[in-house]
Design a protein around this ligand. Structure first.
Ligand code: ATP
Length: 318
C-alpha cells in the first residue's frame, strides 16, 4: 500500500536538533534528534504534557519549529513542504462533523485534499484492508466505535502515504477494541507502511513497537530497540538480607555480580533470567556464600519491567 521512494538508504524521518518554544515562552521540545527507519513501528511514550503531540505536529508540518530540521523521505518539511507532507498520513483521535457522510465519500474526500487524482481502486484497497468495504455506503453515525477508528485510519491512508502517525490510537477504548487496533496497525506495517504512534500505555509499546522512544519534558531521553529493552528487563535482582553486616564484598565472591546495599546488611545479586546455568548463577552463589561463612536471614527477588524503566525515567524529572 505504501507508495513512492523505496530506497532503503534514506531514513523515513530524520529529525535534527529540533526545538520548539511556544509564543508564551514555554519550551516544549529541546534539541530532539530522531531517526525513524523505513517499515518500523516506533512508539513514542511519555507522560501528559511531555511533548508528544508537539513533536508529531512539527514533523507533520502543522506547527513550526523554532530551530532544527525535519526531513521526510529526504524532503525538508519546510522548503519542500508538499513532497514531505504528501508522504505522511496523520490519524487524529476523533472524527469531526462528518456524521452524515458515507464511509466511501469521506475517505475519497480526504484524498482530494491532497490534490491527488481520484483513484477508486486505491480507496477500495484501503477499505478492504481495514475491513470497511461492506460498510462503504454506511453513514459514519451508523458505525461502531471500532469502525469509526478504522475510518480515521482509512482517511489518513487515502493519499498513499508512506508513514502513518497515530496519536494515542487506543486512548479510552476497551480492551477488545485495543486488540483490534493493534491487529490493524500490524497489518499496515506488513504492507510496508512505517508507523509512528504515541501512547501513554506501556503495554501498547511493549506489544506493538519495534523501537521505543521516551520523551520527558520535551527531551527524548531514550530511544532503544524493544528487543534490547526486553533483554534488560529479563534481568532479575535477588536481595539477600544478611545475619551480620559486611564492610566489603569478600574476594571469594568476586565471580558474582554483587553489590552491597542497606549499609552492608544486604547483598544484591543481579542476573539474567535467560542465562541461568547449572553450577553458576544462584546455586553457585549460595554455595560460595556458605563456603565463606556468610549467613543469609532472608531473601527476595524482583524482576524489572518496562514500566519500571519508564517510571524511573519520568520520576527523574520531578
Ligand atoms: N499552543 C501552545 N502554547 C503554549 N504551550 C503549549 C501549546 N501547545 C502545547 N503546549 C505545552 O507544551 C507541552 C507539551 O504539550 P504536548 O501536547 O506536546 O504534550 P503531550 O506529550 O502530547 O501530552 P498529552 O499526552 O497530554 O497529549 C505542554 O506543557 C503544553 O501545555
Amino acid at each position: 500500500m505504501a507508495a513512492g521512494n523505496t530506497d532503503t538508504g534514506t531514513p523515513m524521518i530524520q529529525v535534527e536538533s529540533l526545538s520548539k518554544t511556544y509564543r508564551d515562552g514555554f519550551q516544549a521540545l529541546k534539541q530532539v534528534e530522531l531517526t525513524i527507519r523505513r517499515g518500523e513501528i516506533f512508539a513514542l511514550l511519555g507522560p501528559n504534557g511531555a511533548g508528544k503531540t508537539t513533536l508529531i505536529s512539527v514533523i507533520c508540518g502543522l506547527v513550526n519549529a523554532t530551530s532544527g530540521s525535519v526531513k521526510v523521505d529526504g524532503f525538508d518539511n519546510q522548503t519542500e513542504y508538499r513532497q514531505a507532507r504528501e508522504r505522511i498520513g496523520l490519524v487524529p483521535q476523533e472524527l469531526t462533523n462528518e456524521a452524515f457522510t458515507t464511509v466511501w465519500d469521506t475517505v475519497s474526500f480526504s484524498r482530494g485534499l491532497f490534490g491527488k487524482p481520484k483513484d477508486p481502486r486505491h480507496i477500495e484497497n484501503v477499505l478492504r484492508a481495514l475491513t470497511l468495504w461492506d460498510k462503504r455506503d454506511n453513514r459514519l453515525l451508523e458505525l461502531s466505535g471500532g469502525m469509526k477508528r478504522r475510518v480515521l485510519i482509512a482517511k489518513a491512508l487515502s493519499h498513499n502515504p508512506q508513514v502513518l502517525f497515530l496519536d494515542e490510537p487506543t486512548a479510552g477504548v476497551d480492551v477488545e477494541l485495543r486488540r483490534e487496533m493493534w491487529e490493524v496497525v500490524r497489518g499496515l506495517r506488513d504492507q510496508g507502511v512505517t508507523i509512528i504512534l504515541t501512547t501513554h500505555y506501556i503495554e501498547e509499546a511493549e506489544e506493538m513497537a519495534d523501537r521505543i522512544g521516551v520523551i520527558r519534558r520535551g527531551e527524548l531521553v531514550l530511544v532503544e530497540d524493544k528487543a534490547t529493552l526486553m533483554q534488560q528487563l529479563g534481568r532479575k535482582e535477588l536481595t539477600l538480607h544478611l545475619s551480620a553486616p559486611l564492610e566489603a564484598i569478600p574476594a571469594a565472591l568476586s565471580g558474582h555480580e554483587l553489590s552491597l546495599a542497606e549499609e552492608g546488611h544486604a547483598l544484591v545479586y543481579t542476573y539474567d533470567v535467560a542465562h541461568q546455568q547449572e553450577g553458576s548463577g544462584i546455586a553457585g552463589l549460595l554455595a560460595d556464600l556458605e563456603a565463606t561463612g556468610i549467613r543469609v536471614k532472608d531473601l527476595h527477588t524482583r524482576q524489572s519491567s518496562l514500566e519500571d524503566i519508564f517510571v524511573d525515567l519520568v520520576r527523574e524529572s520531578a
